[in-house]
Design a protein around this ligand. Structure first.
Ligand SMILES: C[S@@+](CC[C@H](N)C(=O)[O-])C[C@H]1O[C@@H](n2cnc3c(N)ncnc32)[C@H](O)[C@@H]1O
Length: 201
């Protein structure tokens, strides 16, 4: 299936099996409720389902990809065809969610900031396993006195424990807006973040 990546929606697709397995084994999701942000064509989704979650919600803004996902997974997932920035995540389920996302790079910091700033006394998520571009990742985990230290580092350490999971071999399939297929070697890093005091793995 040929899917043209849309730059305007920050799309790039993970295709490396080793990376997909690594991401979905970072935290135990068997029997849990899971949310995937931006499932795209469903590569990460397939690997999440292999871990046998109790329920998998996905939020995808791209109408075309929402149709692809429906054809591919049918009732195995619940597709929310909407914009993550407009969703009230705490209304998705009455259970705490384990969240995964190879986030759209153009709004990844906006998504993370929204989640952190909206955290009230109750967390709607149990864990976050997220992928960012390297420069964003460096800002998230940066400590005081480091040149990358700033608003994002302060926000992240305020509410979350952040653990860096370096993915050694990241290959994401990348197609330009013109539709030229190609392979992009990326330095995306995955992060597992959770409520202060909760031990994850
Ligand atoms: C970097 S791609 C990841 C695709 C797939 N998860 C993968 O790893 O192969 C980001 C995905 O987020 C979707 N997306 C972009 N903006 C979004 C938004 N505001 N709300 C929900 N999904 C969005 C894109 O359409 C795309 O499918």
């Amino acid at each position: 299936m040929y899917i043209k990546a849309k730059k305007s929606l920050g799309q790039n697709f993970l295709i490396d099996r080793v990376v997909l397995e690594k991401i979905t084994s970072i935290t135990n999701i068997t029997g849990k409720e899971v949310l995937e942000v931006g499932p795209g064509s469903g590569n990460l989704t397939t690997y999440i389902l292999k871990q046998k979650p109790n329920k998998l919600y996905v939020i995808e803004k791209d109408d075309d990809l929402a149709i692809v996902l429906k054809e591919k997974f049918d009732n195995a997932i619940e597709i929310i065809n909407n914009d993550i920035l407009k969703i009230s995540e705490d209304k998705i389920s009455n259970q705490k969610l384990s969240v995964f996302g190879n986030l759209p790079y153009n709004i990844s910091t906006e998504i993370l900031s929204k989640w952190i700033l909206n955290i009230g006394s109750n967390f709607w998520f149990e864990s976050l396993v997220l992928m960012f571009q390297k420069e964003v990742a460096d800002r998230i985990i940066s400590e005081f006195n480091n040149s990358n230290y700033g608003r994002l580092s302060i926000l992240s350490s305020w509410k979350l424990n952040v653990k860096k999971e370096k993915l050694k071999r990241i290959v994401s399939q990348w197609m330009t807006e013109q539709g030229d297929p190609g392979i992009r070697l990326d330095t995306v890093e995955a992060f597992d973040a959770a409520k202060k005091g909760i031990h994850l793995f």
